[in-house]
Every structure is written in C-alpha cells, then in structure tokens.
Write a protein that binds this ligand. Sequence first.
Ligand code: BG6
Length: 488
Amino acid sequence: MGNGLPTSIIIFGASGDLTRRKLIPSLFNLCRKGRAPKQVRILGYGGTAYTHEAFRAHLEQGIRQFAAFEFQPEQWAAFAETIFYLQGKYDQFADFETLDAEISKLENGADNRIYYMATPPSVYPNIIDLLGATGQLNERSGWRRVVIEKPFGADLASAQSLNRQIHKTLSENQIYRIDHYLGKETVQNILVARFANTIFEPLWNRNYIDHVEITVTEKVGVEHRARFYDSVGVMRDMFQNHLLQLLSLVAMEPPSAFEANALRNEKVKVLASIRPMNIESASKNTVRAQYRGYLQEGGVNLESKTPTFAALKLHVDNWRWQGVPFYLRSGKALKEKLSQIVIQFKEPPHLLFNGANGGPNPNALVLYLQPDEGVHWRFEAKVPDTISETRSVDMEFHYADSFTKTALPEAYERLLLDTISGDASLFTRADEVEAAWGLIDPILEAWDASHQTLDTYEIGSWGPAKADALLARDGRIWTVWNAHTDKK
Ligand code: BG6
C-alpha cells in the first residue's frame, strides 16, 4: 500500500501446511473485511505438481477445515481467482527466471511484491540468493519485501550467517522476520495495558514487583512435526522467540513512539540486560525434561535427548528490574494449553490481617494471552462476617465479554497486513534475533556439557518436579490460577 500499486504475494513452500492453515485463511479474511489492497494476487510456488485449479481446491479444503469464519462459496470463488500456482525448485536459476516471468505476466506492469518463506529454513539462503540474482529484489517498479518464518537460525552463529547472507541482497527494512506471538491481540495488549494506562506503570518495577512468571504450555505433543521438533527442542522452538519476546514486552522501557525502530530498540535493550548463563548458573537456574512416551513418537530418534519442556530463572540486570526474577516455562504434552504472564507484587510491608489460608496473598496482575483471553487483577478483600479475615478476589476482564462484536483475529492476519503496509513493528530485527540467540546458546551448551540425565514428566502434568523446585527454592510457586475454577 502507500504507492497505490497492486501487490503480488509469492509464497515459497506453498504446498505445505502453513499456507493452507494460516496464510490463505488470513489473506482471505483480510480480503473479506476489505483490508487488503484492492488488487492483490497470490502465487504459490513449491515442489508439488498442481494446476491452478487443483491448488485452489487444496486451499479451499484448508479454509473449510481451519478458518474461524463461516465459509461463503461466492466469496471464496472470487478470491480463488486471484490465486495461482507454479511448480519449481529452490536451487535452480532457470526456475526463478520462470517465476519472475510468470509474476510479470500476471502483473502487467509495475507492482509491489512480497516473497514469503514458508519453506524449511535450510533453503532460505538459496531462495534469497536466486531472487537477487534474477533481479527480483530491486525496487525499480514497486517495493520488494521478504517475510521469513522462524526458526531464524539454529544458534547465534547460524543466525548471524543468515543475516549476513540476506543483507547482501536485501536491506533490513525489506526483511520481515515473523514471530507469530507478536501478531496476537493479547500480546499487543501487553503494551496497551502498560502504556495506555497510568495505574500500572508507577508500580512496574523492583520496588513493587516480587517476580514475573511467563508460562506458555501446550496440551498437544509433537504430533506430525516430530522429526523437525526433535532437531530443535523447546528452547529453539519456543524460548528463543516467543518467550523472550513476551519477556521483552513486559520488561521494556516505554518507547518514544509506537514505531518499528523505537519499539525494537527498547526490546533489544532488555535482551542485552538479561544476565547470560554459564555452566554453573545454568545447572542452578534451568530445568529441562522430556515427556514420557516422546521417544516412541514416529520420527523421533530413539536415543533423543531433546527436551520438550524447560523452565528458566532469568535476571534482568538493569535499574528497573534488579533483583526481580523472571521465571519462564514452556513445554508440550502438559496439562493445559495456557499462555499467561503473572506479575506478582510484593507482600504488604506490614501485615495487619489474616488471610483465609495463612497470610493475605500478594496482589497479582495476570495477563491471559490464551485461551480465555483477558486480564485479571487479584487483590484481597475482607471475608464478610469475619473479624478481619481476608481472601483473594478477582477483577476480571474477558475479551469475549467486553468485545462481543469483534472476534479475535488470527495472528497472521495482522502480520500480513503489516507487511503489506510496511510496518515492521511486530517483526524481529536482525540484532534482536541475534541477542536472543546469545542468551539461548550458552544454555544449550551447558546442557550439552552436563552429565545429568534428562528428566521425564508425565503427559498431562505441569512438567517435572524440578520445575516446581526451581521456584520452591525461592519460596515461590507457579501460579495456576484460573479465575473460573478458583471461585469458591
Ligand atoms: C510455534 C511452535 O512457533 O508455536 C509450535 O513451533 C507451537 O511448536 C506453536 O505449537 C504454538 O503457537 P500457539 O499460537 O498455538 O500458541
């Protein structure tokens, strides 16, 4: 948008799952809502042989299965006409020349282009090189943007090398590195809660906050991605990106503007303030484990040491957060799908009252990212008809109750729209990705060097006992506080 030209979206790896589960439903919904530019066309590129019609039929099935909105055949028929397919390889110059020729034919003049990498990461460099070599990244006749799916590298060295390689043909402002958590409404709401209100910010520091918990758990195991997952594990799959992004949003200083560089500068500063681990601190402040039965999942190496769960205690060494631990945990095959951030406040300095179960509970602000998206404030109230007993009560905001007319959109909708409008605020910058790897690498190295056996945990539990011990050692427990079940 902006220059008024039509936009072509070229998806590499178009026959894969991401395209039919997320990308096409999101693009379709943007068009239904009238949010996409008037003239947008989509060209799927992949190794599988499809005619345009067969590709459209394959996507239609995906829409019917995965889209959260009602399927309307006439709308789909109109949208499907803007979708095309081209079979090709990712390492053949001639195929990329054909690709350019095909898009040019569809474009019929100047056009903006988005190239979306939905392929395995191993082919990103090839694709970008060939796009450059065939002249497809120069911006003489419209802008060119490249969207890169995670994982961005497998460690710091590979992320740096990938950055170097893509910077040869692209400038940083043409690159959109996706972390789909940043596309979630509730994740963006962390910033709104903090910076569109005045009540929280004065308390948002070491003087009032005791600790922060970030939990992103899943009920499902590794499912059909077992082979891939086994090569990455939970740290690369969830912590390097989603959990560290959440931490950055909670801990960052207010940016001067809601603008890509201002925002990302502040996030990078947080990552740079996190105390890196070494072998000794990792053995004390990290927990890793694998769910029982993981080794039997098809595609998993029988002797795999890949963790499917991890918990960390991190320190943010800056003025605001000194001494406030950030506890992070994430894993698969756990009790519930739950993404929540708990800001746990300090106890009152002097206790005047008795809580129902001992002392009064400290206040907590709980940001429920999913499911049952919302925000909860836990505070103490006097139990009626007692002399001075207190009990925790909950002030609740649920998106479903307060925004009844607007369904929460799929994260990819927002991210695709931002790519089209050229707003990279919700995408990770090169230095940010590298800073995150700089924190994850030492932990992985410490684990590799460790002779400790890998713990297991039961499917459907909250993870290994050691994850509880990590907090218990500090006199704390993980908050599992569902307001609905907490009501007595
Ligand atoms: C992806 C991970 O980035 O996030 C998956 O690769 C994980 O393993 C998924 O299941 C979780 O995303 P969400 O949006 O369902 O919380």
